[in-house]
Design a protein around this ligand. Structure first.
Ligand SMILES: *Cc1c(COP(=O)(O)O)cnc(C)c1O
Length: 223
């Protein structure tokens, strides 16, 4: 049996105070989320639009929902009413669509820019160069209903801890670069979302202040 409450407590014991823990509940049941909620967890991460909407309606209103999966522009309108933060923004087009849909309901959506630090072919996210260009172009400055709060990244899926650490270091240095160039006076640009079940300890040693943990809380996902 998986004991969600004790898994949660074990992780909270293990991480520095102030670290945000996103409980990644994708593919897990409403009952599992309720169990985590009863144990005090309030931030949950989902990666599919329909699944998110179903869960939102079945669960308490004070949950802070984070969208962490690849988001298609045409799905934005379905999630904007419910979402607290979109961690996986990887284009100006997506920022513009988030702005448009959030403006319609007079809401502000927090976002992270997802950057690519792994050489793995399949990983999504902006390359550092593309992210630099996006920021230098400056179009994001006119967004009124989207607040860029930091960066998100996923490291290579490997046992090589040094490799993973060096990728998180790249993300951390890039955060410092971007913070200095564009967000020096913006206190809310502060989130560094890296680290999952298998690498969150490494991530926390390399700049992370927000971890996204699924398996270590809820057990294996059944697809
Ligand atoms: C699924 C997922 C996670 C959680 O992964 P675990 O290995 O189960 O902790 C974290 N981040 C993203 C972007 C994910 O898609």
């Amino acid at each position: 049996m998986i004991d969600i409450a004790s898994n949660l407590h074990a992780i909270l014991q293990d991480i520095p105070e102030g670290t945000k823990l996103v409980a990644v509940s994708k593919f897990h049941s409403v009952a599992a989320i309720q169990e985590a909620y009863r144990a005090g967890q309030r931030i949950f991460g989902e990666s599919r639009e329909q699944e998110l909407r179903q869960k939102v309606h079945a669960l308490p209103e004070d949950i802070e929902w984070h969208y962490i999966g690849h988001l298609q522009t045409n799905k934005v309108k379905y999630i904007v009413p419910y979402i607290y933060m979109v961690e996986s923004v990887d284009s100006m087009k997506l920022l513009e669509e988030l702005e448009k849909q959030a403006a319609k309901i007079d809401k502000t959506v927090k976002v992270l820019l997802e950057i690519k630090v792994s050489a793995e072919e399949t990983k999504s996210g902006l390359t550092l160069e593309t992210c630099r260009t996006l920021l230098a172009d400056g179009g994001w400055r006119s967004l009124r209903h989207v607040e860029i709060c930091g960066l998100m990244t996923i490291a290579s899926n490997t046992d090589d801890e040094r490799q993973v650490a060096s990728e998180f270091d790249v993300a951390d240095r890039f955060f410092a670069e971007v913070k200095k160039a564009y967000f020096a006076d913006v206190a809310s640009f502060c989130e560094k979302s890296w680290g999952m079940s298998y690498d969150y300890r490494t991530a926390l040693l390399h700049g992370s202040n927000m971890i996204r943990v699924g398996t270590s809380i809820f057990g294996e996902r059944i697809y």
